[in-house]
Design a protein around this ligand. Structure first.
Ligand code: GUN
Ligand code: ZN
Length: 484
């Protein structure tokens, strides 16, 4: 039994992996749709037909339900829901964070989840509000950790129990939580209490909190981002190493007449077109969708198709090594997402250590691309380039006989040896006409050579257009001009 996770391929800190729970497996990244057993807009059977391998439901709601409690205890949750994939059950924690109180203890909810034969059980963690001060956050984290310890003691090391990481908005407390959850031996770790951050578009804080938790969690743990369901942020979260998302968003948005897209959501009342390839959108006009008797279900179906398609796109991007391009694309859908993206790029050094060696391509998409992991990594290896005493860096690509070594130049990476022309990242990188940001970035690579090869005399050959940038970054360096 127990829960195991293996990473099969990766890009940035994201991975395509396989989660194994008992005899069942789930391909990750994955979305676990939230099922409300009382009103499943889309039945678990339909979900299974759509390729959903795991879903999440609420053990607290089932335990309080006269309709389902007994049946779940006698027949098991899989029979009740009609789903034979992986079922994860949440405790009452989310209710706790919304209503302030639940009438169940930690061991009671875990026993109940065990008795209804849930595949993944969640203890009664405390999702600390982002407005809580440090003291309160610390106290609540201590209670959560006590409950996780109790879970291991009472149910044993092999029980399929999730170890939620709390700690509010405090990076050091998230790090501490990650460390403790890891040392308790949890291999399935949801990052909790991010819903209020997501609801208020605080993606910068999301990045800070997730990066902090990831820093101390085991790289072999499966990471679930609790309550994250808007597809516009999946790429960003995947790049940080989040493997699972769960969401009621597809259903909640549908109830509210909202239509999800990967760039944001619309009210269906404002749509004059249905800009989507799914079956619902291609067989209805906006007017038909608005007036359909089963409009809520149709919207939920569309929302789910969009969400599942984005997961598929992320898996493909991870396989190709084009996740940065996808993150860049998605994070231009909202200024706060752009903020989160920039915050993520600020963690370049950390991310670089997880990033893969070679990728299908590197598309330059503006300033932000200058801070990508591939640029940082290239610069780290630059100092090892073999260069002679008299070194020319030729922006125009032409060699000059008077020098021991000629290096070519490709922004934003910097100088490179002709022999590396076809290798990653120089060869497969596509850049538009040079701009200042990328040339300045590339010049930082020359500065590294200045530092690592103080005995070499470096001359840069560039057009007059770039001389001010070269001098700004490199100071008093020899500059000659190419003929252009
Ligand atoms: N659902 C959304 N956030 C959370 C969380 O922090 N803990 C639990 N148990 N469920 C959640
Ligand atoms: Zn659609």
């Amino acid at each position: 039994m127990g829960i195991a996770f293996e990473s099969l391929s990766s890009d940035i800190a994201g991975r395509n992996g396989r989660l194994t729970v008992g005899k069942k497996t789930v391909k990750t990244p994955a979305l676990l749709p939230v099922i409300n057993p009382h009103l499943p807009l889309i039945t678990p059977k339909e979900l299974q037909e759509m390729g959903v391998e795991a879903l999440i439901t609420n053990a607290y709601i089932i335990s309080q339900s006269t309709q389902f409690r007994k049946k779940a205890l006698v027949e098991g949750l899989h029979r009740v829901l009609g789903f034979d994939g992986v079922i994860m059950t949440d405790s009452g924690s989310f209710q706790l964070s919304v209503y302030g109180q639940v009438s169940v203890t930690n061991t009671e909810t875990l026993s109940f989840q065990q008795d209804i034969k849930s595949d993944i059980w969640v203890p009664l963690d405390i999702p600390t509000s982002p407005v809580s001060d440090r003291n309160k956050t610390k106290q609540e984290l201590a209670i959560t950790m006590q409950r996780l310890r109790e879970a291991k003691e009472v149910f044993g090391d092999d029980a399929p129990i999730a170890g939620p990481v709390q700690g509010g908005i405090f990076e050091d407390l998230r790090e501490q939580a990650g460390r403790e959850v890891t040392s308790l031996g949890f291999s399935f770790c949801p990052i909790g209490a991010v819903v209020p951050l997501l609801e208020s578009y605080r993606y910068r804080d999301l990045v800070s909190v997730v990066m902090a938790a990831k820093r101390t969690l085991s790289p072999s743990a499966c990471i679930h981002l609790f309550g994250a369901g808007h597809p516009s942020m999946f790429a960003l979260a995947s790049a940080m190493g989040c493997d699972l998302f769960d969401s009621a968003a597809y259903a909640l948005y549908a109830k509210d007449g909202r239509y999800l897209t990967v760039h944001g959501s619309y009210r269906i009342s404002e749509l004059i077109e249905l800009p989507c390839a799914c079956a619902v959108c291609r067989t209805h006009t906006p007017e038909e969708l608005r007036s359909a008797p089963d409009r809520e279900r149709l919207l939920a179906l569309h929302n789910l198709y969009v969400t599942l398609a984005e997961i598929a796109r992320i898996r493909q991007a991870i396989s190709d090594g084009t996740l940065w391009e996808l993150v860049d694309e998605r994070c231009r859908g909202h200024p706060q997402l752009l903020s989160g993206y920039r915050a993520l790029l600020g963690h370049g050094i950390e991310l670089e250590s997880h990033d893969r060696v070679s990728k299908r391509r590197f598309f330059y998409r503006g300033n932000e691309s200058c801070n990508r992991t591939e640029v940082l990594r290239y610069r780290q290896m630059l100092g090892r380039l073999p260069v002679g005493k008299d070194l020319l860096i030729a922006f125009d690509g032409g060699e000059r006989n008077a020098f021991d070594t000629t290096l070519l130049f490709k922004p934003p990476f910097g100088p490179y040896l002709k022999e590396l022309k076809e290798t990653f990242p120089i060869g497969p990188s596509e850049i538009p006409e040079w701009d200042e940001a990328m040339v300045r970035e590339g010049c930082k690579g020359i500065r590294i050579l200045q530092k690592t090869h103080p005995e070499s005399r470096i001359t840069v050959c560039c057009s007059p257009r770039w001389e001010p940038v070269v001098r700004e970054v490199l100071g008093d360096i020899g500059v000659t001009h190419d003929p252009s």
